[in-house]
Design a protein around this ligand. Structure first.
Ligand code: NAD
Ligand code: MG
Length: 389
């Protein structure tokens, strides 16, 4: 199946989420350039059906198999193929009816389908940072082998990627990852001990899915992003610096060998890095609101408070030590965030249980993919038992 050469065919894995829906917005605004060929969702079958009827993809996949019949029935008047279940996600990722996968599933669940797409040499728009956190070496190695290009969608990494255009021969001295600081910037443990999900879900600058919003409040998001950066840009832990920049106008920076710093700036709007990944290496016009220096005229920067937001320390340890430790940290974090969202543990407990998992699960220096799956399962069980989920 080949496409008219001017249309890039997009597969959105996780089309009903925050990144997925914004990717569809970009496609809808540029229907002369992009088409949606594959849409997938885990549970939200109503939105998936609505998206399928509007965008007429080749294939839809509903992860939760109990919802298959409802989706199939709703799309029976169309030519859209409907599949269900985890295996179908992988099989669909291996299909040749698309050019670029927007990897927008949340968490470890995004790893397998993305690996299938990589094995098939697809271009990946990578929103799912957990993929690189849990198996970064393996993922990047497989991409090199298959020739698959990985384009970062995470705003910080897209910023760095954009700063690096034309700089391939120049040594990077340092990457400076900016962080908004989240809703609890400036708060201390005596305040955080009582915060509930309703507070933590109020992000000042970005409107995102629940898991990443909690990760932003605990700063684990920045920890995951340090590890993501190490793999994407092949740099050492010492070359990564995190700085709090509450306005989220500078999306990240690169300092080169001569000390010169390049920054990528704009209003905080994920549609921009999404569109850049879809249209790369070109930039396409849009009507997104523009940043105006006269309106937000103060950009500030402070050091992260590592004493209060200890997740950043845990992530630095995982970044330095490598092996299966980032995978263990990620799995423990996924369960901790899930438990916090269910009001089963407190805000500060999340860090404590992640730390315990990192201390307990056996360290593997050079994990295989099977080791990654095993460490993920082990860490999930460990935390679930610890907090009696
Ligand atoms: P979300 O929760 O809004 O959406 C997640 C999507 O994944 C949904 O379509 C859901 O159906 C699907 N999904 C969930 N669990 C699944 C499973 N087990 N199997 C298959 N599909 C599953 O999440 P989001 O905020 O869009 O984030 C998606 C990814 O992008 C995350 O890895 C996040 O860290 C990253 N990211 C998001 C943003 C943002 O602004 N939202 C920014 C940068 C990076
Ligand atoms: Mg980010």
């Amino acid at each position: 199946m080949s496409s008219p050469s001017n249309i890039k065919r997009i597969a959105i894995f996780g089309s009903t989420g925050s990144i997925g829906t914004q990717t569809l917005d970009v496609i809808a605004a540029n229907s002369d350039k992009f088409s949606a060929e594959i849409l997938t969702a885990q549970n939200n079958e109503d939105l998936l059906i609505q998206q399928a009827l509007r965008f007429q993809p080749n294939v839809v996949v509903i992860g939760n198999e109990s919802k298959y019949l409802k989706v199939k029935e709703a799309l029976k008047e169309t030519d859209i193929k409907v599949f269900a279940g985890e295996k179908a996600l992988e099989e669909t990722a291996a299909m040749d009816c698309y050019d670029l996968m927007m990897a927008a599933i949340v968490g470890f669940a995004g790893l397998k389908p993305t690996l299938c797409a990589i094995a098939n040499g697809k271009t990946i728009g990578l929103a799912n940072k957990e993929t690189l956190v849990v198996a970064g070496e393996i993922v990047m190695q497989k991409a090199r082998e298959s020739g698959s290009v990985i384009l970062p969608v995470d705003s910080e990494h897209s910023a760095i990627f954009q700063c690096l255009v034309g700089e391939s021969k120049n040594r990077i001295e340092k990457l400076i990852l900016t962080a908004s600081g989240g809703p609890f910037l400036g708060r201390k443990a005596n305040y955080l001990v009582n915060v509930k999900k309703e507070h933590a879900l109020q992000h000042p600058n970005w409107n995102m899915g629940a898991k990443i919003t909690i990760d932003s409040a605990t700063l684990m998001n920045k920890g995951l992003e340090m590890i993501e950066a190490k793999h994407l840009f092949a740099i050492t832990p010492q070359q990564i610096q995190v700085i709090i920049h509450p306005q989220s106008i500078i999306h990240s920076m690169v300092q080169f060998a001569d000390g010169s710093i390049k920054a990528q700036m704009g209003l905080p709007d994920m549609k921009l890095p999404i569109q850049y990944a879809l249209s790369y290496p070109n930039r396409i016009e849009n009507n997104f609101p523009r940043y105006d220096f006269r309106k937000v005229d103060t950009l500030t920067f402070v050091e992260p408070d590592l004493r209060t937001f200890r997740n950043l320390i845990l992530a630095s340890i995982a970044l330095e030590k490598g092996g299966n430790l980032p995978c263990v940290m990620n799995a423990a974090n996924e369960i901790a965030v899930y438990a916090f969202l269910k009001n089963r543990i407190g805000f500060l407990d999340m860090t404590d249980v992640i730390e315990k998992a990192m201390e307990t699960i056996s360290f593997i220096e050079k994990p295989t993919l099977d080791d990654c799956y095993a460490s993920d399962g082990e860490a999930r069980n460990f935390v679930a038992n610890l907090i009696k989920l």
